[in-house]
Each structure stands twice: as C-alpha cells, then as structure tokens.
Design a protein around this ligand. Structure first.
Ligand SMILES: O=C[C@H](O)COP(=O)(O)O
Length: 253
C-alpha cells in the first residue's frame, strides 16, 4: 500500500521570514513522522528558499501551478522544466482557485497534467463541485467530467501516475469541511471510476481530501477507506496544525 500523502498548499501567503520560521518549527517534528509523504507548495518566488531549507529533510517540494508549454513568450508563466530545476516533485493542477478566478478550463488542466507527467513532475489533479451543483445532485457528474477531461487527453492508464485531490468548493477556506461520509462517498465514486480506467492489478492513485481540513477533523476524514491523505490550505500555514495533521495521517495507516 502507498504511503499516505499530506500536501500543504500555502497559496499566496508567506514571505522569506515567515517561511523560514514556519519550516524551522515544523521540520524537526515532521522528521519523526513515518509512513506519510509530506509536501509543501510555496509560491513560486520562494521555491529556492524553501527547497534549500528542505534539504536533508523527508519533506518534498511542490508547486501550486504550471504552464503546459515548455518555454516561450508567456509572460508571468512557469514551465515544467523550470519546476524541475528546483526539484519540485509535485505540482497542483486545476486547483479550484485557478479554475474559478483565472479561467482554467478542463482542457487547460488536462494539458498541464500531461505536461507535468511527461516532464517527470507528479500532477495533483484537483476536482470538486460547487454548492449549487451539489444541491442539484450533480456532484458526481461534475467530478467525473473533470476527471474524464484529463483521461481523454493522457489515456486512462496515466491516471495511475498522478494524485487526485477532491476539494468541494463550498468547503475551501470556509471553515466547513465535508463530513467524513460526504467525502468518502465522493472518494469511493472516484475510486470506482478509476477502476474502470486502469488495467486490472494497477495500483490506484492516492486520493486526497481538501477543504477546511484541520487537526480536529483530520482523524475522522483520514479514517475513511478511500481517503489517502489531504491537501491542506490555511492549516498548513501554522506549524503545529500541519504537524498534527501529518501525525494523524501516520496514525491512520
Ligand atoms: O489547496 C488547499 C485547499 O484549497 C483547501 O484550503 P483550506 O484548507 O484553506 O480550506
């Protein structure tokens, strides 16, 4: 069985001093966490700083976004080879904030996923429904549509090489997470959909839950059979909260 995976997405937060302090407090404690892969995704300008501070620790570096093109006249964008220069092991693709605030379509997300995979960076594909979609009973359809867009681009088998993060939009940054039952229901559905894509015997990719994931709700969420870890936003900015979430993941192995 794959290790649990906990990814801290710092979003557009931090500065040199805060980053240093956060990691100085968290890293010694994270070094004692076993059986859990831990990743932090700082904003682009801090990849070098954070990467240097992670040297010698078991924590990996990730990025929050990437452009599918390798190079060229794309002002403000960052490519997969650039992430490789900074030894980013993971990259988030299709985070809901990218989709809703920056107009990323399923097709763009699929291109990013494909580019990350071919460049050797593990894509973390973020999917999730709005509250309106959930109330209309469309959550599963919306999520399968987001997954299918990527599978159509890279082939169903390539879904095994990434990570999928289910983040209901109504739970992101709201303080109101999905209940463990709601999350498990969607994760189970994603797992079932994946089984239809992957050749039998292929290990399923890890499925993360994200959306107001905190130290206090992590135990019940991580105890669900199809939740393999978390994508943590605001709680990843507080060292003790993030460490506790990672410890909970360890306890739920
Ligand atoms: O990438 C992380 C998610 O958007 C969750 O953010 P949050 O934990 O602040 O709700």
């Amino acid at each position: 069985m794959k290790d649990k995976l906990v990814i801290g997405n710092w979003k557009m937060n931090g500065n040199c001093e805060e980053n240093q302090r956060l990691l100085a407090e968290a890293l010694p404690e994270l070094a004692a966490v076993t059986g859990v892969e831990v990743v932090v995704c700082p904003p682009f300008p801090y990849l070098a700083q954070v990467g240097a501070q992670l040297q010698g620790s078991p924590v990996s570096l990730g990025a929050q976004n990437v452009n599918a093109k390798e190079r060229g006249a794309f002002t403000g964008e960052v490519s997969v080879p650039m992430l490789n220069d900074f030894e980013c092991r993971f990259v988030l693709v299709g985070h809901s904030e990218r989709r809703t605030l920056f107009g990323e379509t399923d097709e763009m997300v699929a291109e990013k996923y494909a580019a990350a995979l071919s460049g050797g960076v593990i894509p973390v594909l973020c999917v999730g429904e709005t509250l309106e979609q959930r109330r209309a009973g469309l959550a599963e359809n919306v999520i399968v549509g987001q997954l299918q867009a990527v599978a159509s681009r890279v082939g169903g088998e390539a879904m095994a090489a990434g990570v999928i993060a289910y983040e209901p939009l109504w739970a992101i940054g709201t303080g109101e997470s999905a209940t463990p039952e709601q999350a498990q229901q969607i994760h189970g559905h994603i797992r079932q959909w994946l089984a239809g894509q992957l050749p039998s015997g292929t290990a399923s990719p890890r499925l993360l839950y994200g959306g107001s994931l905190k130290a206090d709700n992590a135990p019940a969420l991580f105890a669900q059979p199809d939740i393999d870890g978390g994508l943590v936003g605001s709680a990843a900015l507080e060292a003790q909260s993030f460490v506790t979430i990672c410890r909970v993941a360890q306890a739920c192995q």
